[in-house]
Design a protein around this ligand. Structure first.
Ligand code: C5P
Length: 226
């Protein structure tokens, strides 16, 4: 099977507090998503990279970021809808039902080729697939009406990241069955009774979400260059 990258890039970035979608905000001198795309472009073994943007969004072309990637402006109202639309486009690019698809948030711009390859290597012979995920460092509280109602044991908890790597046809079927509200691919696969493999990223791979995350991400990029 071949390996494809699918990068949903059609969000509004409402929590980032910036003007316009966060994936296009400047980060270390380039649009945030340019860092994400550079990591995938530098990863050996990918058959193609497809970026899903919002209908009519021509930012990638305008910024000269569309050269090494395919762009489809078929983004939907939810992340899952954008991913499902992108999976349909992968077929038109020649992807086969058993090919692997690595779905990665555009906003997770600290991803490195080494992290991507670690996931690919860990899942290549796996019957299900898997995802990068970070063991939880903090204690986890359940809240109700602004007060703690329970504390959860953290030893078995992981924060789901991306890429999330599954085979094209089973992923399409799982997302179709789960509907547009699932927040990651793994939950759709889990709902089919499967257990995706958890792979630690070994290095930062957080999603730029809140205003302070831009400065944090810039600091990580700078430290990696030092
Ligand atoms: O909103 P959230 O941070 O979970 O989004 C994760 C990724 O999914 C982002 O890269 C965002 O651009 C993308 N997304 C999308 N279509 C949507 C919502 C989010 O492609 N409707």
């Amino acid at each position: 099977p071949r390996y494809w990258a699918l990068i949903p890039c059609a969000g509004s970035g409402a929590r980032a507090g910036a003007d316009g979608p966060k994936q296009y905000q400047a980060l270390a001198g380039r649009p945030l998503v340019a860092h994400t795309l550079a990591a995938f472009a530098a990863t050996p073994g990918l058959a193609g990279i497809l970026v899903v943007v919002a209908p009519g969004d021509t930012t990638l072309e305008a910024q000269g970021l569309a050269e090494a990637v395919h762009v489809a402006d078929c983004g939907g109202a939810s992340r899952a809808a954008s991913v499902s639309a992108g999976l349909a486009v992968l077929h038109t690019l020649g992807a086969q039902p058993q090919d692997w698809v690595l779905v990665h948030d555009a906003a997770r711009c600290l991803i490195t080729p080494a992290q991507i390859q670690r996931l690919m290597a860990a899942c290549a012979d796996d019957a299900v697939g898997g995802l990068l995920a970070q063991p939880l460092a903090d204690t986890l509280k359940v809240g109700a009406e602004g007060r703690v109602s329970a504390t959860l044991e953290r030893g078995d908890k992981w924060l789901a990241q991306t890429p999330q790597m599954f085979r094209l046809a089973p992923l399409q079927q799982a997302l179709q069955a789960s509907g547009p509200t699932v927040t990651d691919e793994a939950s759709a696969i889990e709902a089919q009774g499967q257990r995706p493999r958890l792979v630690a990223p070994e290095g930062a791979n957080f999603k730029v979400t809140y205003p302070d995350d831009f400065a944090l991400a810039e600091a990580v990029l700078k430290a990696r260059l030092a």
